[in-house]
Design a protein around this ligand. Structure first.
Ligand code: SAH
Length: 260
């Protein structure tokens, strides 16, 4: 039996514990009625084997040629659904018609970029179940007012309901990572579009968090707030204290001032 040597630069930490892999696969609730699943970074297929037992049609995208060769050899039933390449550069339209869920023990070094991509694909991706660094998971699920609350927490919460499923220690991986891990689930909410200018919303969130220690009045200077808004109380707050709804309100306030 061939063996894939873990490569650090690809964020490869292979799961050794089958029961954890099974629990991750069981995290898919079917929310949003998809029948296709895309696994990011299957490696040697530890998680994949459980997905193949499920009722979903499973595809995988893997950047590591050695892992891809391993999968071809050991998972005949995946034939035609092993995509060799970088998930971040993948042409989704080419491979998926209709909606699909995303699952994976993500390469931790690119997990934020994966979430930004998920946001772009939000109307095709009703559910995501993933293992990521615990610290990142804490940040994503964190409520407003918490120091961990960040850009991705706001943007993801605008379109997804986030749930922390369980914590995983380093000992179940080969090689063990230096950090703890956690499995989270994202379920697409019923917000088709935010009730505001979505581009401006994103600009405000990003600008606010770029200077998270400052009040929004100062942090939002680069985007030229209308003068008549300067006295608004909400601008006394810092980016990390506003909920999605408050960001929507602020966006609308700015839009209406700019129009008048
Ligand atoms: N699912 C496996 C491996 C997880 S390690 C397990 O649990 O054992 C993360 C995997 O993501 C590795 O196999 C790595 O090669 C792959 N990977 C890293 N960057 C990637 C990218 N940009 N696109 C797709 N796969 C990637």
């Amino acid at each position: 039996m061939s063996f894939v040597r873990p490569k650090k630069h690809l964020g490869q930490h292979f799961l050794k514990d089958m029961s954890i892999a099974e629990r991750i696969a069981q995290g898919l609730s079917g929310h949003g009625e998809y029948n296709q699943v895309l696994e990011i970074g299957p490696g040697t297929g530890v998680l994949t084997q459980f997905l193949l037992k499920d009722k979903f049609e499973t595809s995988v995208v893997e950047i590591d040629r050695e892992s891809v060769a391993y999968l071809h050899q050991h998972f005949k039933s995946l034939s035609g659904r092993i995509i060799e390449g970088d998930f971040l550069k993948m042409d989704i339209e080419k491979h998926f018609e209709g909606s699909f869920a995303i699952i994976g023990n993500f390469p931790y070094n690119i997990s934020s970029q994966i979430f930004f991509k998920v946001l772009e694909l939000r109307n095709k991706v009703p559910e995501v179940v993933c293992m990521i660094q615990k610290e990142v998971a804490d940040r994503l699920v964190s409520p407003p007012g918490n120091k961990d609350y960040g850009i991705l927490s706001v943007l993801l919460k605008a379109y997804y309901d986030l749930e922390y499923l369980f914590t995983v220690g380093p000992e179940v991986f080969n090689p063990p990572p230096k950090v703890n891990s956690a499995v989270i689930r994202l379920k697409r909410n019923n917000v088709a579009a935010l009730d505001c200018d979505e581009v401006l919303f994103k600009t405000i969130v990003k600008a606010g968090f770029q200077m998270r220690r400052k009040t929004l009045r100062n942090a939002l200077k680069p985007i030229n707030l209308p003068e008549e808004l300067m006295q608004e109380k909400v601008l006394d707050l810092r980016a990390e204290t506003l909920s999605v709804e408050q960001y929507v309100e602020l966006t609308n306030l700015i839009t209406s001032c700019r129009k008048s």
